[in-house]
Design a protein around this ligand. Structure first.
Ligand code: PMP
Length: 391
């Protein structure tokens, strides 16, 4: 708590919305401002010392973020966000689309991993298929029959942003590869909480935004396996990625840098590298697992609400609903008491539709949360029930 300027300014605040974005520790903000105060210049093209220093900063970050997921630097592009990366992948995957080709997603996808495929599907008359999520367990439902000879892409989230379930993706991705499909993983919710090893996962691409790992906005990791990297065209074209340009043609560079046309957000990259160092020093896994356990146990004792299932392994994200109250009313009540939770569909409407739920309340925990805060949250929830619920 002491390490977060925003939380020091608002000691009354209980921030339970880290799955949306994390608060940023001082060391990360410091790295961000230090970059602008001491090292700022544009990269690659600069022949002066500052430009070389900025280039080094960017490339050092790339190497660190690559190591974080078991990749090599030549496989990691730094892009603006998960949303940007998923849109780029959908547009540029090297597939000769034929009408009737299939894309396999899950019902737990964030809209960022649905809308780009819907647009593509409309353009080429493709079929989108969705792996259901088991209502009892929160795990991936049956997918074997959904993987067909027409499946060209499997793009799935590594963890649900609603239930917190960490999906066991390996068998699915292996089976998809065996069928010749491209395999993509949205690790936006998982990366802060579970170790990621891209080789073990057998994915062709994996993406996550660093603002969900205690860094600033504007930097996301896009891992691309060599074969896909070399076969895929850049998402954007422009400065920094050309060998030679004529009036009508451009010869582009090879390698991972072709995915980074234009001036990069080096400050956000530098902050991201610091955030990864910081995160690795915190050893949060046990602390957050125990807070999650406390919260779920307590919530399950309240008969007036239902906690959504979260599978065998879960991030510290928990959602619940109540037949007695609207989710938005619960969130508003908590907000009046300085407790920041989120209510709604959480940009994952398909899951709630599949489970026939209108909206849920989501609590997502982070480094700064404590058992005392959970107790205060529960007391506030109970006070609301006592005032408005019981009759
Ligand atoms: N996928 C998942 C699972 C997410 O939780 C989010 C963020 N809510 C995104 C994608 C989109 O990330 P961003 O807004 O950083 O592009």
């Amino acid at each position: 708590m002491n390490q977060f300027a925003l939380l020091r300014q608002h000691p009354e605040l209980i921030y339970f919305d880290s799955a949306a974005t994390c608060q940023v520790p001082d060391v990360v903000l410091q790295a961000y401002t230090d970059y602008y105060q001491q090292h700022h210049a544009n990269v690659h093209r600069a022949s002066h010392q500052l430009g070389r220093a900025a280039t080094t900063a960017l490339e050092t970050t790339r190497a660190k973020l690559a190591e974080f997921i078991g990749a090599s630097a030549e496989q990691v592009a730094l892009v603006a966000s998960t949303t940007a990366a998923l849109n780029g992948l959908a547009e540029q995957l090297p597939v000769q689309w034929q009408a009737g080709d299939e894309i396999l997603l899950s019902s737990a996808e964030h809209h960022a991993n649905i809308l780009p495929w819907q647009r593509l599907a409309k353009q080429y008359e493709l079929t989108l298929r969705y792996i259901p999520i088991d209502r009892e367990t929160g795990e991936l439902g049956e997918w074997r029959e959904l993987l067909t000879p027409r499946t060209r892409v499997v793009s799935v989230t590594a963890a649900s942003n609603i239930t917190g379930t960490v999906f066991h993706l390996q068998p699915l991705l292996q089976a998809a590869k065996a069928k010749g499909a491209w395999t993509l993983v949205d690790a936006a919710q998982a990366a802060a909480h579970v170790p990621i090893d891209v080789h073990q996962l057998e994915c062709d691409a994996l993406v996550f935004s660093m603002h969900k790992l205690y860094s600033v906005n504007g930097c996301a990791v896009l891992y691309i396996r060599d074969a896909l990297r070399d076969a895929m065209a850049p998402f954007w074209v422009g400065g920094g990625i050309v060998q030679r340009v004529s009036a009508t043609e451009a010869e582009l560079i090879d390698g991972i840098h072709k995915f980074e046309a234009g001036s990069p957000n080096t400050a956000a990259a530098v902050a991201a590298a610091t955030a990864v160092d910081w995160l690795q020093q915190q050893h949060l896994q046990q602390q957050l697992a125990s807070l999650r356990h406390q919260l779920v146990e307590e919530l399950q004792q309240r008969a007036w609400l239902t906690v959504l299932p979260s599978g065998a392994q879960a991030t510290p994200t928990i959602s619940f609903y109540s037949d007695a109250f609207q989710a938005f009313d619960i969130a508003a009540w908590l907000d009046q008491h300085h407790i920041a939770v989120r209510a709604g569909h959480h940009c994952a409407q398909l899951l709630l539709q599949q489970w026939q739920l209108p909206a849920v309340v989501r609590i997502s925990l982070g480094a700064y949360n404590t058992a005392d805060q959970i107790n205060r949250f529960l007391e506030t929830l109970d006070a609301g029930w006592a005032l408005f619920g019981s009759d």
